[in-house]
Design a protein around this ligand. Structure first.
Ligand code: DGT
Ligand code: CA
Ligand code: CA
Ligand code: ZN
Length: 576
């Protein structure tokens, strides 16, 4: 059995909790807790130690008895004592012990009085105010319990990390790995390579001259907080920021097949394996095989060729139709960040941005943009000091002046105008007519019912000056679900009226989602990939929106800011 140290330690911790519930001898309980700590701190997997015939009972804190239990666990995947104890207690009881202020004694009381056997039960009882009525608990404890549950669930949610944070961490780690003379190839695979908006853990693949040295080098990285396992060809660590990283050393001859396998997704891999099987081939992380003969594996291109598929970009590997498309030679011509000619959503100090029009313009020019749209907020957004007609008039003049001053880039006069509750726009058409571009967004009254919200948006699209629906679903990653509306209906209305959908690049928005991009494109609508920058730095966000667009199958021909201003302006003129 491939049992990790973390799993062994967890099993011992569980035993300690269950023993405590049974009022066992405190010394016995402590022994299991100590052993769990020792195992968590080992620098090598217990499986490796046992394979080398190391006597675990020699470690302080692990006696003869526990050493035997570990050997049994590694061999069979079971610890009879844990199995036995588990029989006497409901499954959910162990996770209750992870709540602060809730030792085994109190868990027992809650179980007897209120029938609580899981975190879910505990939460609902606390919310109903039943816990404070139990003798020895009281109002304060109930509040504490609710707070602890909230924190526990928050941690679970946060155990996935937003891609833009992982991006920095991964880049630094790769640089560090490349510093070793032993290393030849380094790639980050997994959801990171597929550019998923959140990442569970990093999967790094390397080839090298000496695998022991590279693993030693890896675990010595200054940002490593815990070493979870350290074997001869793989190692797992937790970084200081909480991110897990798996490192695997591959053989050069199977780097391509390994990269393909560990890039996933799992659903994609499973489907591909079926296809290979139909062709009489076998595919795994070591290569593509015909009988026992290896026919591909060095690089991904060769692997795809061997299974008769066009090369599938990692962002598409989610088993959402890409395998069929690859076998029929009709994969989409995905947008790339270098296809983009400009940025259509940016704020300045006139509202809630941090930089002036000129500063934003200069940065955009430095990025090689052909144009940048300045789209500050409209009056309804008081908190952002939104523009009323008079201030917008002045803003327009300011932009004109900058355009006279600066060369090599066109600054578009724009607005991010609010869609009001009744679907009208927050500024009169007379002033909207003086602009080059209007992004229309919803910023308040997000909780309308589905029908009303759908009508609100479509009514807004009836306005001839409406160009782009800003952050179309209003979702915030980890924080807020999309508002309720009929996206399909809205897309159809947009196609009829010549309106476009924003793919907002802000890492906390990435709105539209990949799935929504795919659906919107299939219904025939086009996109603007825009940063919604509130500072010059944020003008760099285009790659995040582009990653998202690629995951959503978005083609270059359907992205309006892949056009130069000369062409784009025709699409933005009002359809009067
Ligand atoms: P994450 O880390 O949750 O964001 O998502 P991934 O996709 O990076 O998943 P992870 O780290 O568990 O595994 C990395 C890749 O390894 C995964 O995308 C596909 C491959 N893989 C892992 N487990 C399996 C499996 O049981 N079967 C197959 N076919 N592939 C697997
Ligand atoms: Ca992963
Ligand atoms: Ca992983
Ligand atoms: Zn907005």
């Amino acid at each position: 059995m491939d049992v990790s140290n973390a799993e062994v330690a967890q099993a011992f911790e569980d035993i300690a909790i269950l023993l405590e519930l049974e009022n066992a001898n405190p010394f016995r309980i402590r022994a299991y807790q100590n052993a769990a700590r020792v195992i968590n701190g080992l620098s090598q997997p217990v499986t490796d130690l046992l394979a080398k015939a190391v006597d675990l009972s020699e470690y302080r804190g692990i006696g003869k008895d526990l050493s035997k239990k570990i050997m049994g666990y590694v061999k069979t995947g079971h610890i009879p004592l844990l199995d036995e104890l588990s029989k006497h207690h409901p499954k959910g009881i162990i996770e209750l012990a992870r709540i602060e202020n809730l030792g085994p004694k109190r868990i027992q009381i809650l179980h007897d009085k209120l029938g609580i056997t899981s975190l879910k039960d505990l939460k609902s009882s606390a919310e109903k105010g039943q816990i404070k009525k139990v003798k020895g608990f009281g109002e304060k404890t109930e509040k504490k319990i609710l707070k602890a549950i909230k924190e526990l669930t928050a941690i679970r949610k946060e155990s996935r990390v937003p891609l833009h944070l992982v991006d920095q961490i991964a880049r630094q780690l790769v640089l560090y790995l490349k510093k070793s003379k032993e290393v030849r190839q380094v790639e980050v695979a997994g959801s990171y390579r597929r550019r998923k908006e959140t990442v569970g853990d990093l999967d790094i693949l390397v080839t090298c001259n000496n695998s022991k040295n590279i693993i030693d080098h890896f675990v010595a990285y200054e940002n490593v907080k815990n070493i979870i396992s350290k074997g001869s060809t793989r190692s797992s660590v937790v970084l200081r920021d909480g991110l897990h990283v798996d490192l695997r050393v591959l053989k050069e001859e199977s780097f391509g097949s390994g990269l393909y396998y560990f890039t996933g997704s799992k659903a994609h891999n499973i489907e591909v394996r079926k296809i290979a099987k139909k062709m009489g081939l076998k595919i795994n992380e070591y290569g593509v095989f015909k009988g026992s003969k290896k026919i591909a594996g060095v690089n991904e291109e060769e692997v795809f060729k061997a299974i008769h598929l066009d090369y599938i970009p990692p962002e598409l590997r989610e088993n959402r139709g890409e395998i069929k498309a690859a076998s029929e030679h009709c994969l989409p011509n995905l947008i790339t960040v270098t296809d983009l000619r400009g940025d259509l959503h940016a704020h300045t100090t006139a509202t809630d941005g941090k930089n002036t029009i000129l500063e934003m313009a200069e940065k955009a020019r430095e990025l090689g943009h052909n144009y940048l749209a300045i789209t500050d907020h409209s009056q309804h957004v008081h908190v952002a000091n939104g523009l009323d007609v008079e201030r917008l008039k002045k803003h327009i003049k300011d932009i004109d002046r900058i355009n006279e001053k600066i060369s090599g880039i066109k600054i578009l006069k724009g607005i991010e105008v609010d869609i009001l509750e009744d679907g009208s726009l927050d500024l009169p058409n007379s002033i909207l007519a003086e602009l080059d571009i209007r992004i229309c967004s919803i910023h308040y009254k997000l909780k309308m019912n589905k029908k009303d919200m759908t009508e609100r948006i479509i009514r807004a699209m009836d306005n001839p000056y409406f160009n782009i629906l800003g952050h179309p679903t209003g979702r915030l990653i980890f924080k807020r679900a999309p508002y309720e509306f009929d996206l399909e209906k809205v897309v159809k209305a947009a196609v009829e009226r010549g309106k476009f959908f924003e793919i907002n690049c802000r890492p906390d928005r990435l709105d539209l989602s990949a799935e929504h991009c795919q659906m919107v494109q299939e219904l025939g609508a086009k996109f603007a990939i825009s940063t919604d920058a509130h500072s010059t730095m944020e003008l760099n966000f285009l790659n995040f929106g582009t990653d998202q667009a690629r995951r959503g199958w978005v083609e270059k021909k359907n992205v309006i800011n892949s056009l130069m201003w000369k062409e784009l302006r025709k699409l933005l003129s009002p359809n009067l």
